[in-house]
Ligand binder design. Structure first.
Ligand SMILES: *Cc1c(COP(=O)(O)O)cnc(C)c1O
Length: 353
């Protein structure tokens, strides 16, 4: 057995996906399953496809490339770099866009490959990450996109709760729908996709029909079962599809306050300590290079996390009913940031069960 290890429970994940795909489908919404939190791992993404997603979506083109053998349309989520335009048209069927220069580059590369690349224009409804902020700029972009032969405008999208923390409301969805209708009338076209955001839009589904929204791009909610506006666990989902196992490399009784003058720690901060007397300290072979301490949760509630350096995790095991020894395995669940980092770390073995 090799550690640290990240265990992925395929059935739990697939069940989360099925539950949320069903919820969305009853509201006329198709789900794009976002794979970036597990780096586009195709074995894991298969649970999305079997769970019924209509698209696979990722913010990195390397990940979409990894997913190329899974037979559902792919969406590139991050605005493409002009330098990757050729790869975008090759590995993504659709991309989210907000700059005409980039869309021109995509059109050119698509024409070279005899393809038509589909484009969704992003609208910034106030979260202040990507998208057209002024309606006039958006209409201008539509006009220019419609002239390009290598791309097809298929819809509008928005993204909220990513930078500004803005929580999606019915008014936001209304605005997006109004813009869509205005564009359809003004340019005499039909837009097939209206993409209303990410896992933070799910809370709107409980007591509303979402004004014309027919697509959501879901990552966190599929993987962890949480909607990201208020952090609630969604009915019928589980948060433990991904579990981290680490091995204990030292167990010793030590004081809770270091000895000597306190300077900076390994990350340049001056640490502070509370004197709780002599405690049972458990040292594990994993560190900040692989995990995020704020979103790491011991399964054994008797354990508290004291801290970590790059390669060491320090736990307090005094209150646990388990008498941990060197060589034992300690198990954790994770939230988004820790999971993202753990999946990205090549030092952590991934095991699909
Ligand atoms: C990451 C991302 C998503 C998925 O967000 P979750 O909160 O994980 O559901 C959706 N859309 C875009 C543009 C993204 O970058």
């Amino acid at each position: 057995m090799a550690y640290p290890k990240l265990i992925v429970d395929y059935e739990i994940l697939k069940n989360n996906v099925k539950t949320l795909v069903n919820l969305c489908n009853t509201k006329g919404i198709k789900v794009a399953g976002v794979t970036k939190v597990f780096c586009g791992n195709p074995q894991i993404a298969k649970a999305y496809v079997e769970g019924g997603v209509s698209f696979l979506a990722d913010s990195r083109i390397e990940n979409l490339q990894r997913l190329k053998d899974l037979d559902v349309p792919k969406i590139m989520l991050r605005l493409p770099m002009i330098s990757e335009a050729e790869k975008i048209v090759e590995y993504a069927d659709i991309s989210l866009n907000s700059e005409i220069e980039t869309i021109r580059a995509l059109s050119e590369k698509a024409l070279e490959k005899n393809l038509v690349h589909k484009v969704i224009l992003m609208v910034d409804l106030g979260d202040l990450r990507e998208g057209y902020y002024n309606d006039e700029d958006l209409f201008q972009a539509v006009e220019e996109v419609l002239e390009l032969k290598g791309v097809k405008l298929v819809g509008l999208g928005t993204n909220l709760t990513c930078y500004g923390g803005v929580i999606p409301s019915i008014e936001h969805m209304d605005k997006l729908n109004r813009l869509k209708k205005e564009i359809e009338e003004k340019f005499n076209i039909e837009l097939e996709i209206l993409s209303g955001g990410n896992s933070s839009s799910l809370h709107l589904l409980s007591d509303h029909d979402l004004q014309g929204i027919n697509n959501l791009r879901l990552g966190e909610s599929l993987v962890l079962g949480t909607e990201s506006a208020y952090g609630q666990q969604l009915a019928g989902t589980r948060s433990d599809a991904f579990k981290l196992q680490v091995q204990v490399i030292e167990v010793k009784e030590k004081p809770s306050v270091p000895t000597g003058e306190i300077g900076r720690d390994a990350f340049g901060k001056v640490p502070t300590f509370v004197d709780r007397g002599v405690r049972k300290r458990i040292l594990c072979a994993i560190g900040k290079q692989d995990i995020d301490l704020d979103t790491l949760y011991p399964v054994d509630k008797g354990i508290t996390i004291l801290g970590a350096s790059s390669d060491h995790l320090i736990l307090d095991g005094s209150d646990s009913e388990i008498d941990y020894k060197v060589g034992d395995i300690v198990e954790f669940t994770m939230h988004y940031v820790c999971l993202l980092r753990a999946m990205t770390s090549e030092y952590i073995k991934k095991e699909l069960i």
